[in-house]
Design a protein. Structure first.
Length: 250
């Protein structure tokens, strides 16, 4: 896959952006680095003129911008989600090797849409949003002042992504899934996690455990496995059969 095609499969998702100046700054960064697809989840109210005053000649990106009322829908077609954070958050494994992650992101585009997820300016992504991420990235800024402006964080990651495909003009991809096997998307993954959480509740697995705490490493394991749609369907069917068995014998 050529570098241009790889970047075409990357979407930038801003979750609840609070300042139109930051949205405009992100659009400008996208224009600078050659990215086209922006998704906004419950953004602050704005109009196109607000953006074009901050990012000249960005009408093409605005025409490709989609607004969503919830994060699940915004990520529904993504096969790989990369979150960003400036903080250490609970059980989530945080990566700071941004250049290695950038190469991995461009490789994942071989499987489908990759979403780069950024949180609100005040508190960043919450735990529920981070749970949706296959990998969580922390940009290695000075630890005495690690918080970046939203547009700055977007620019740094997009720059590294662009640089990861510039040297040869293409990305050598070693596909993590079987040839011609469509990868599972975010909506299917959530169905899988919900099915197994219900099944584990049914067998009292959470009796002495917090469900959310147990499900996070399960999410990490599943994300690492890079399931195909067929594999995910099998796991969902297994979970549902466990639940049906318990209900039949109660």
């Amino acid at each position: 896959m050529t570098g241009t095609v790889a970047l075409e499969r990357i979407v930038i998702v801003l979750n609840q952006p609070q300042d139109v100046v930051n949205i405009g700054g992100v659009v400008r960064c996208m224009k600078n680095m050659g990215f086209r697809w922006l998704r906004l989840v419950s953004p602050v109210s704005f109009n196109a003129d607000d953006i074009t005053r901050l990012a000249h000649r960005s009408e093409d990106i605005l025409s490709n911008t989609r607004i969503y009322s919830d994060l699940n829908t915004a990520l529904s077609d993504a096969v790989y989600v990369v979150g960003t954070t400036a903080r250490m958050r609970g059980q989530h494994t945080i990566r700071s090797d941004i250049r290695t992650v950038a190469v991995n992101i461009t490789q994942q585009t071989e499987q489908g849409i990759v979403a780069l997820l950024f949180g609100p300016e005040d508190n960043g992504l919450d735990r529920q949003a981070l749970d949706r991420c296959h990998v969580v990235l922390r940009i290695p800024a000075d630890p005495t002042y690690p918080s970046l402006n939203l547009a700055q964080a977007v620019l740094l990651l997009l720059y590294e992504l662009r640089m990861s495909v510039i040297p040869s003009g293409s990305v050598s991809v070693a596909s993590p899934t079987l040839p011609n096997a469509p990868p599972v998307n975010a909506t299917q993954l959530e169905t899988l996690f919900q099915a197994w959480e219900r099944a584990l509740h049914a067998i009292d697995f959470f009796k002495d455990r917090d469900a959310a705490t147990v499900m996070r490493p399960i999410r990490t394991l599943v994300y690492r496995a890079r399931l195909t749609q067929r594999e995910a369907a099998l796991l969902i069917a297994m979970a549902r059969e466990v639940l049906n068995y318990v209900q039949r014998h109660q």
